[in-house]
Design a protein. Structure first.
Length: 531
């Protein structure tokens, strides 16, 4: 069922048959453990009045897994299987409950002497503090273990201290949060707001602990989420000592799919209202809804990371006077951003020298301008026009055909093959049999258009089975439609040549000279002109 249909008065909804929240994360990494303290933490929580969901129970079991490790002197000590744990889950799904149960277990079961809980906002820190205090107060035996003065409630001084000397502090994050003090456990709530500078101040708090653990919790982050981005890359690398549990959609997913929403919100139907989430979908932008409700992160690029196609190779392929051959068969591809805020027309065709020319010939706000523009291009150049029927413009296929436009369609194989072809054509490798000759010249040429180059600089990839293609939406928000359009356009030239081979290079091309194509506009790439 569609999420948007839940607010439609003309649609009859059987509320009892709607999907409920899934309790399993979409992304999980759990280090091996010989045993766990998670069951004891769950039992203590129940005694204190909690009724954890299945995903919260499993999270505690995995976070608190441990192993017995033999020391150099022959003795055995208990060590956490995970030195770092991370939960990335959309808001209002119960991350704080796990945090509160961790604090209770640390104080009353694990015997940890120093615990630091920090949050980005003071109201979050206060809420967690109040909930933990209320849970302890509900059990007289636990309340009796507190120091006679009871919990400290002053802003900036919130703490729960036991007669044993164990203490848990609750702080709003600052650069000076408990600097220089040693802790057994560091809990970093709202870690989507955690930057490298904060982490530099906080990390030493547990570095000297014999068996310390850092617990991260937050919703999917954005471009400022430097620490969460590093945790995500650690998950992808399957680093030892990390316990990761994340509920994430892909940027290209159908956000209106109610089954997808249920897959990524464990409390849907039992604590999270269907109607409320439908209202969020209606009122939020696609990017905001993806981040806040579906776990779509927009992480910053890793420092020092190169472009997917190396910048040096892309620069090498620039020819500001590049143009297709007069007799070249042109192919236009129409693409748009997933939110339909902007669209592009990419073109490709063989040059006189046989290399592939690619160019962006249209990039404007909205999508409806594509009908008239692409029809004009087809009539003037007798060219094929292509779209991906499963992409953002699929809904316009009928509009294009009703206008008289001859439209051909791409498939998933085209999307994968096109990205691989462009990568190898722009960035050819030396011949292993003769490495001394260096890399051959790129077989693709472009005019260095601004929009196209910006798209490549910010580009990221996504996997389809064992292959890859471009993401249509990237964390930086840079419009990717110029890149996806010209990539597909170049590929369909290659694809159609398998039936009709390209003409051989002319004498003029072999002489190294170029000439203006009378059939094709010689104006600069519109992206170069700053569109």
């Amino acid at each position: 069922m569609r999420l948007s249909e839940l607010l439609d008065p003309t649609v009859e909804v059987d509320w009892r048959s709607l999907p409920v929240g899934c309790q399993e994360p979409t992304h999980s990494l759990v280090p091996p453990a010989q045993f766990t303290h998670g069951h004891d933490a769950i039992e203590l929580g129940i005694i204190c009045g909690y009724d954890p969901y299945d995903f919260q129970r499993q999270g505690l079991i995995e976070k608190l897994g441990a192993n017995m490790v033999q020391q150099p002197d022959g003795s055995w000590v208990e060590k956490w299987a995970a030195q770092d744990t991370a939960d990335v889950l959309s808001r209002r799904n119960g991350k704080s409950v796990e945090v509160e149960l961790l604090i209770l277990a640390a104080l009353f079961i694990l015997g940890e002497q120093k615990i630091m809980y920090t949050a980005h906002r003071d109201d979050t820190a206060k809420l967690v503090f109040d909930n933990v205090v209320a849970a302890i107060k509900s059990v007289p035996e636990l309340w009796a273990e507190l120091v006679p003065a009871g919990p400290r409630r002053a802003n900036g001084q919130r703490a729960i201290e036991l007669r044993s000397g164990a203490v848990c502090y609750f702080r709003t994050r600052t650069m000076d949060t408990a600097r220089g003090q040693g802790y057994n456990r560091l809990i970093l709530d709202e870690d989507q707001e955690l930057t490298d500078a904060y982490m530099a101040a906080l990390m030493p708090l547990v570095s000297g602990a014999v068996n310390g653990q850092i617990n991260y919790a937050g919703s999917a982050g954005g471009l400022r989420s430097e620490v969460q981005a590093k945790t995500w890359r650690s998950f992808l690398a399957k680093e030892r000592g990390l316990c990761y549990r994340g509920w994430h959609a892909e940027p290209e997913d159908d956000f209106d799919d109610l089954d997808l929403v249920a897959r990524l919100n464990p409390r849907l139907g039992d604590g999270l209202s269907y109607e409320w989430i439908a209202k969020e979908f209606k009122k939020m932008t696609r990017g905001d809804f993806g981040g806040e409700r579906l776990g779509v992160a927009r992480y910053p690029r890793e420092e020092g990371a190169d472009w997917v196609i190396p910048e040096t190779a892309w620069t090498r392929a620039v020819d500001e006077e590049s143009t297709p051959a007069p007799a070249a068969r042109l192919h236009f591809v129409l693409e748009a951003t997933p939110d339909l805020e902007r669209a592009s027309i990419g073109v490709a065709g063989r040059r006189e020298d046989g290399a592939m020319h690619v160019e962006v010939v249209g990039n404007e706000p909205g999508v409806h301008w594509l009908v008239a523009r692409s029809k004009d291009l087809q009539q003037r150049h007798d060219a094929d026009v292509w779209i991906d029927p499963n992409g953002p413009l699929g809904f316009m296929l009928g509009d294009f055909r009703e206008s008289g436009l001859r439209v051909r369609t791409l498939d998933a194989h085209d999307l994968m093959a096109s990205a691989s072809w462009l990568y190898t054509a722009v960035n050819p490798q030396p011949d292993p049999a003769d490495p001394g000759r260096g890399a051959p010249a790129p077989s693709v040429r472009h005019r260095g258009g601004l929009k196209l180059t910006q798209a490549l600089a910010a580009a990221e990839t996504r996997k389809i089975l064992s292959r890859w293609t471009w993401r249509r939406e990237v964390p930086s928000g840079v419009d990717q439609s110029p890149l996806t359009a010209v990539t597909a356009a170049a590929w369909v030239v290659v694809k159609t040549e398998r039936v009709s081979p390209p003409p051989p290079p002319s004498k003029m091309a072999r002489s190294g000279r170029t000439r203006t194509n009378p059939r094709y506009s010689t104006e600069p790439d519109i992206a170069t002109a700053g569109f």
